[in-house]
Design a protein around this ligand. Structure first.
Ligand SMILES: [Zn+2]
Length: 112
């Protein structure tokens, strides 16, 4: 069995799981609920569904980890307006943080 075949098989299996399990959500739904999940706003049942998806979906695990990292960095960068930017922050990450801030209509920190 080649690696490519394995990947295709896994993709098929995952697709079938996501379609057939009633408790499953799609990656798109995962994305929609991710912020609520991180902020602890999901009801217990939805939270379990969310965590189940995390267990079967590596993409969403990576996505969540990257998102959390960005949020942590965002707090570090914007939490204290007086603090200087850490020197080891890559430019594209800063751009991503700024864009994430702009795209949040309910941002709790008005003005920048
Ligand atoms: Zn996913």
């Amino acid at each position: 069995m080649t690696a490519d075949y394995g990947r295709r098989l896994w993709r098929f299996t995952k697709g079938a799981m996501l379609r057939n399990l009633p408790l499953m959500i799609t990656c798109r739904q995962f994305d929609d609920f991710m912020l609520d999940y991180i902020e602890g706003n999901l009801p217990a049942r939805q939270r379990r569904v969310f965590e189940l998806h995390l267990r079967v979906c590596r993409e969403c695990r990576d996505y969540l980890a990257a998102y959390k990292e960005t949020m942590t960095l965002g707090k570090r960068v914007f939490g204290d307006p007086e603090s200087a930017l850490p020197e080891d922050v890559p430019d594209d990450l800063i751009t991503a943080v700024l864009e994430a801030r702009r795209s949040r209509p309910d941002s709790r920190e008005p003005g920048l």
